[in-house]
Design a protein around this ligand. Structure first.
Ligand code: ATP
Ligand code: MG
Length: 126
C-alpha cells in the first residue's frame, strides 16, 4: 500500500536523476481519502511523472495536490513537447491503466496539451 507521501520521495529521485526541476504544491498528507483511493492516486502520480521523464523533454515538472472535503485533485504538468490527442487515447499501457484504475474509484483523467502537457486526475473521497 503506497501512500502519496512515499511516492513523492520516489518521484523526487526520478526527476532529479533526469536533471529536471520539480515543484510540489499542496499537502500530500491526505486526510479524508480512503486508502484504496490514495493507492490509485499514488499510481497515477508515478506513471504521470515517469511519462514526463521518459517522453516530454521538459525542463521542469509541477505537481499540484488540492484537497477539498469531497475530492482530491492531483495534477502533473510539464513544459515539454506536449502530447497529441491521438496518442493520449490510443497507445501505451500507462495512460490506459491510469484511466481504468481511476474509473474503478469513480475518478477522472483529463489530458491537456498546450505549452507542454498537463494531466489532471480527480477522485471523490468516497
Ligand atoms: P508505458 O507507460 O506502457 O510504459 P508509454 O509511456 O509509452 O508506455 P503511456 O504512458 O500510455 O505509454 O503514454 C502514451 C504515449 O503518450 C507515450 O508513448 C508518449 O508518446 C506520450 N506521452 C505521455 N506522456 C507524455 C508527456 N508528458 N509528454 C509528451 N508525451 C507524452
Ligand atoms: Mg507511460
Amino acid at each position: 500500500r503506497v501512500k502519496l507521501k512515499d511516492e513523492i520521495i520516489h518521484i523526487q529521485q526520478m526527476v532529479e536523476a533526469a536533471e529536471m526541476d520539480l515543484n510540489i504544491e499542496g499537502d500530500p498528507e491526505l486526510t479524508n481519502t480512503p486508502l484504496l483511493v490514495e493507492n490509485v492516486l499514488s499510481m497515477c502520480l508515478k506513471e504521470a511523472v515517469t511519462n514526463v521523464v521518459k517522453h516530454s523533454q521538459a525542463t521542469s515538472c509541477n505537481v499540484l495536490i488540492k484537497q477539498s472535503p469531497h475530492e482530491v485533485l492531483l495534477s502533473v504538468q510539464d513544459n515539454g513537447i506536449g502530447i497529441s490527442d491521438k496518442v493520449s487515447t490510443l497507445s501505451g499501457h500507462g495512460l490506459q491503466g491510469m484511466r481504468e484504475r481511476l474509473e474503478f474509484v469513480n475518478g477522472s483523467l483529463e489530458i491537456n496539451s498546450s505549452n507542454g502537457t498537463t494531466l489532471t486526475t480527480r477522485v471523490p473521497n468516497l
